[in-house]
Design a protein around this ligand. Sequence first.
Ligand SMILES: [Zn+2]
Length: 231
Amino acid sequence: MPQLYDQEQERRGVPRAAARPRRRRRRRRRRNRGPLLFTAVILLGAAVIAWNARNGAPKNNNTGEIEVPEWIVQDLLPLNQWSRPGDALPQVNGVVVHYVGNPGTTAEQNRSYFAYLAETHETSASSHFVVGMDGTVIQCVLLNEISYCSNHRNADTIAIECCHPDETGKFTGETMDALTRLVDWLIGTYGLEREDILRHYDVTGKECPKYFCDYPDQWEKFLDGLTFGAK
Ligand SMILES: [Zn+2]
């Protein structure tokens, strides 16, 4: 008498009689997988919630182009992999403030430095805005694109570089006024809170912006002068 095979056994070459207990075992195993799968889904859900709580849930959607106020000079960098890669910045969870570290240079000069990186390939660097010693604000990178300034927070923050007259890194009154106006506008645009306004130091421990690292009370004073929750 020919051996009876079902399709499955045909593929595996297992006779029906031998396959039966194995099939039963397989069924049992499949039944047991139910609660296991359920537990895995619950654990995964809990992990996602914990991750969001720790890192802050996305505050906004930043996929559209945002028009800047008229007091901002828009002078975008050419698209290039060294300073303006054109990669999306899908959400904005904060603002990071820097100092240029090159005393006496203007906003235009720092913008040009970023632009020339496309040719010099010296390093990867840029910021969304540069604030000059005279209060000029230049936009170098669109707000829905990343800039190269704040290390791992490039992916979800807006970067502002500020010029300064000397080695102390202290900003002029004009720079402070323009920075306050700019950060206030970003707070309103993205619904940010006090803890979202960061020094580069708060991201990586780098001594930047120098003056606000040397005088953290002055940084707190700057934060006190910002307007949160106005909308
Ligand atoms: Zn910095």
